[in-house]
Design a protein around this ligand. Sequence first.
Ligand code: NAP
Ligand code: G4F
Length: 330
Amino acid sequence: MKTAFVSGITGQDGSYLAEFLLHKGYFVVGLKRRTSLICTERVNNFYDNPNFKMEYWDLNDASATYRLLLKYKPDEFYNLAAQSHVRVSFDVPQDTLVGIAVGTHTILEAIGNVHPECRFYQASSSEMFGDNPDVPEKGFNENSRLMPASPYACAKVCAHNLVRNYRSSYRLHASSGILFNHESPRRGETFVTRKITLAAANIRLGHQDKIELGNLSAKRDWGHSKDYVKAMWLMLQQDIPDDYVIATGETYSVKDFLDETWKVADLGEPEKHLIINPKYFRPHEVPYLLGDSTRARKVLGWSPRYNFSSLAEDMYMSDFNHLVSTKGWK
Ligand code: NAP
Ligand code: G4F
């Protein structure tokens, strides 16, 4: 039985990845930081699985990283932990930078020193392309220029380069997935897609009237987290470690996502419910993201099952059904 570490276990991707690995027969160790509220909502459905164990850990705690590597000697380490909100990274830049850049470095050092057989996955991000205006026709690929436009993206570029550096310097099996935006019913409620689907469900049920948003013209390549965690696993099954773009190859604006969700919810024109609030604009925006995942499709045999419409529908229906079943609203 293989053992996998999943940091960021309480997050969107960590919870889907752990389910995927448990289903494959892994023993999964979820790495969780201490929080004042319990916050294990996303992992409750497998928390009691005998092949799952939760351990306290923090990106900023080297001692815990070394101790747990020596205790479990995992086969694979998926590093998904991060302060992952781009807008918030302008408010807590140092916390974001230290956690992502220094935290990733700590894990690479620890693996290299005490357990170099462990395969490592780093959660890199399409935000690293930032406001690069030179988008190839098929979208950004593994060789496109990185022009990060936020403290979050700068930190992810540093971690991404560290992975490349440790791979070539110390022959670690370390890979980065350059994942474009991926969403799901488990997406945090302050990311724009979830904010929209939750508002639509509340409005549909008569418990909200308006939604406040920022820049509607930004375009993103939006996929489903369930599809994307499979790509993470596939990367660590390859003989040779590498970096891979994971994306759908289609891009839509925030306004398109709003329109699509309002259509699924049968709410008429979104403008009736929409307020543009400058507080949701960013000091530095990433205007356009489109990914070219040709390498992943060829080498990993990966392709997504969800598209833009089925993603919006899955998220809206989940929010609607959850409100109906938990609040009794009709
Ligand atoms: P998420 O839902 O925000 O989850 C982030 C996880 O990291 C949470 O479990 C959080 O714990 C944990 N965390 C934050 N700071 C920590 C620290 N100092 N020590 C230990 N754990 C810490 O993010 P996600 O959407 O699942 O994304 C997973 C990873 O992929 C992140 O690294 C993100 O930056 C990256 N990524 C995401 C996307 C996307 O579109 N979703 C795209 C590209 C890359 P709490 O629950 O306690 O907050
Ligand atoms: O949903 P968002 O906050 O996601 P963003 O900034 O693209 O970052 C996400 O994807 C990255 C991958 O590219 C990840 F690395 C990162 O961890 C995170 O998961 O914002 C998407 C777009 C932005 O252009 C933003 O300006 O939506 C725009 N937006 C408009 N109104 C809004 C809002 N974003 C948020 N969060 N809230 C709004 O009210």
